[in-house]
Ligand binder design. Structure first.
Ligand code: NDP
Ligand code: X2W
Length: 344
């Protein structure tokens, strides 16, 4: 599969390029940034010296003439760009027969009116939006395999939905009851550009965008149940934890809950059902999602927690899972490598 990555200078783009570069069935042909980017003209390893000798490809600006020249030779393109950019340009690749994996939110929401409300722009390509398939790899395998455009889920929705879906898909919860998702993300979730609110000295654990975050409609849409989503920003670099609280139907047993999780993830090596509450340190810099839950059978209350690396399972590794699925490979192909660093 010959691919290009647009958004190569960003945090997600860099993780994605590193994963694609190590994949023996995928060849990275072009690294692309915005037309007037300060990174255009540099090599990838100049921008991220960690990759010196591993990936020294040049970074080129996105222009219409690049699109006309380069895109027809590609099998797929990955967008790790702002939402509105992929929303505007994905169709141009699809028309040339190039598969699109969009890591932004440009194609995740089915209801077009959610775009002005939650993303601040009117979606201009409603046919493409309608054809986009949501790419939560463990749940949408069949659809991803056939899609010409995959909307790779957001980081909070990935952790929240991996926790929620075994319950909502099996209808073990009380319909219409309150479902609360508390999410905590490290600062890399906000991207690479300098902003006062995400600079090191300014960040202190705090809720933000309460009752208005764009991941609320995304989680609700894919869970098939309305949720309240409370995002929090925390002063560390990588990793995200989502803790979900919900009310189960009278009569649902602990065994039924265990079975729902085992059934959902027994053939999903990147999702680990752990014996204790998940920790960011166990998943940061890995493609894994760790899940644990506790049930109060008297109050019928279930609490589920899921930890991921926001840049990997929450973005780049999940995009590679989607590409693997469309190549007919196991979704974790090339992603599970020995964990570096020992026990701490
Ligand atoms: N960070 C995270 O944890 C996650 C992020 N995402 C999503 O992935 C996408 C990338 O996020 P992230 O890497 O964090 O963001 P960054 O801000 O770190 O990177 C954004 C990238 O997009 C490029 N870009 C900006 N404007 C344009 C444009 N007009 N045309 C083409 N390229 C452009 C930037 O390059 P340059 O400015 O040099 O042109 C840069 O390479 C976003 O949509 C984000 O919402 C999804 C899941 C998790
Ligand atoms: C800490 C932080 O700022 N996180 C980002 C979410 C990053 C993410 O998942 O992204 P997309 O839905 O944008 O793809 C936010 O809350 O906007």
């Amino acid at each position: 599969m010959k691919v290009a990555v647009i958004g190569a200078s960003g945090y997600v783009g860099a993780e994605l390029i590193a994963l694609l570069n190590a994949h023996d069935q995928i060849s990275v042909e072009h690294l692309v940034v915005s037309e007037h980017s300060s990174s255009a003209g540099m090599s990838f390893s100049e921008l991220h010296p960690k990759y010196l000798g591993l990936c020294d490809l040049p970074i080129v600006p996105f222009t219409n003439s690049w699109l006309q020249q380069a895109a027809p030779q590609l099998d797929a393109v990955f967008f790790a760009t702002p939402h509105e950019f992929s929303a505007d340009w994905a169709h141009a690749f699809i028309e040339l027969g190039v598969k699109v994996f969009d890591l932004s939110g440009g194609f995740r929401l089915k209801q077009e009116s959610d775009y002005p409300e939650y993303y601040g722009f009117e979606h201009q390509h409603l046919d493409t939006l309608a054809s986009a398939v949501y790419g939560l790899a463990e749940w949408q395998h069949q659809d991803i395999a056939q899609a010409s455009i995959v909307a790779v889920p957001g980081c909070y929705p990935t952790a929240s939905l991996l926790a929620l879906k075994p319950i909502t898909a099996n209808q073990l919860h009380v319909k219409g009851s309150l479902i609360v998702v508390n999410g905590i993300s490290g600062v890399s979730g906000a991207g690479r550009k300098a902003l006062l609110a995400t600079s090191f000295n300014e960040v202190s654990l705090t809720p933000y965008n309460i009752l208005q975050h764009r991941h609320q409609p995304e989680i609700s849409q894919e869970a098939g149940a309305q949720v309240i989503f409370n995002p929090h920003l925390a002063p560390y670099k990588r990793g995200l934890l989502a803790t979900v609280t919900l009310q189960l139907k009278t009569g649902v047993s602990s065994e039924q809950i265990d079975q729902a999780f085992i059934q959902a993830y027994q053939d999903a090596p990147l999702v680990r059902l752990s014996a204790s509450w998940p920790k960011i340190d166990n998943v940061a810099y890995t493609p894994f999602a760790d899940i644990h839950w506790q049930f109060d059978s008297d109050k019928h209350v279930l609490v589920i927690s899921c930890a991921i690396d926001n840049l990997l399972k929450g973005a780049a590794a999940q995009a590679v899972q989607c590409a693997n699925i469309s190549l007919g490979l196991a979704s974790h192909y090339s992603l599970v490598t020995p964990i570096k660093g020992g026990a701490i």
